[in-house]
Design a protein around this ligand. Sequence first.
Ligand SMILES: Nc1ncnc2c1ncn2[C@@H]1O[C@H](COP(=O)(O)OP(=O)(O)O)[C@@H](O)[C@H]1O
Ligand SMILES: [Mg+2]
Length: 356
Amino acid sequence: MGKSTLLLEVSTVLAQKSRKVLYYSGEESALQIKLRADRLGLRSDNVFLFTRGTLEDLKSHVREILPDFLIIDSIQTLTSRKTAHMSGSVASLRYVTAEVIELAKRSGITVFLIGHITKEGQLAGPKTLEHMVDAVLYFQGETQTDIRLLRAEKNRFGPLNEVGIFQMSEKGLTSVNDPSLVLIQNRRSQAPGTAIFPAMNGMRPLLTEIQALVSESPFAGNPRRIAIGFDNYRLSMLISIIEKKLKLPFYKSDVFLNITGGMVIREPAADLAVCQALVSSYRNIIPRPDSVLLGEVGLTGEIRPISFLETRLKEAIRQGFSTMCLPAAQGTLPNYHDISVISIGSIHDLLDYLKK
Ligand SMILES: Nc1ncnc2c1ncn2[C@@H]1O[C@H](COP(=O)(O)OP(=O)(O)O)[C@@H](O)[C@H]1O
Ligand SMILES: [Mg+2]
């Protein structure tokens, strides 16, 4: 993905601010790291490199160099002499991590631990690692593209939901100036089962495509409900509301929901967009390609107001969207020209709108 690249770039940025960085690599030789640094055009006398060694060696280097920052690439490759007999085990990983955290706390060094994630997207090793640290950042990307996302999953010092969007090239990672454009560039606008939602990531609005596939279930009475990047319980709730209020028999169908681009949406404001994706897939309706949807769906099928309305609308307008489906309570608020506002008071209004 580019974890080593990212942290090597971060090291150099810190070094340029006259901070000392000790970079431990258990995966690559000093020569390999030098080749990468040359390719990325990075140079600094303040970045110290240490490859292949034990926790005890690392500690003695820390005492000698007294770095401000310590980077461990990766925590899975750092072993201790004390746990040599069980190296690679979960217990060893936990021991080494606890020792490193102790070192960080005692000496005031800020430590970055690189960890591998499993195919299921979990940090390899015990879940307790995530509890032990102050912040957990996920660095992800689609394998086909050079786009990389850096997301905060846990943060004791600031907001969650912040996301950094980068492009990986030969010269390293560069920040993407217009992430909304990147996220929606590959969409097929004339397809059922889609909706565009301006999601808030920290204080940044990002247009995100939500896709649903509703297909007849081969398992009568036990259909699948699978959400990627969206809460599974919330998906089930929205399906139940659609079934009950719109009399659409979803219980016969498998439902897959995907937030594209590897994004994660945790905001209730996305409910209406999720419902459009679901209903339009089920009824095979192509939604208006120039529309975005905003609204929380309540249990009685009512559409409730959402936060950051102006910010989200501005981003949608900037990207050329001109139809805004908004909660009825907020449908008269914005004062924009050249956009049409569709006021949605209930889930019934959504179906009526889609059928037009
Ligand atoms: N010469 C190169 N030109 C462009 N991209 C490269 C080059 N070498 C490696 N990469 C990219 O760097 C990424 C791997 O970076 P790296 O920091 O080693 O990842 P990780 O530490 O997560 O395994 C890959 O996405 C690869 O495409
Ligand atoms: Mg690496």
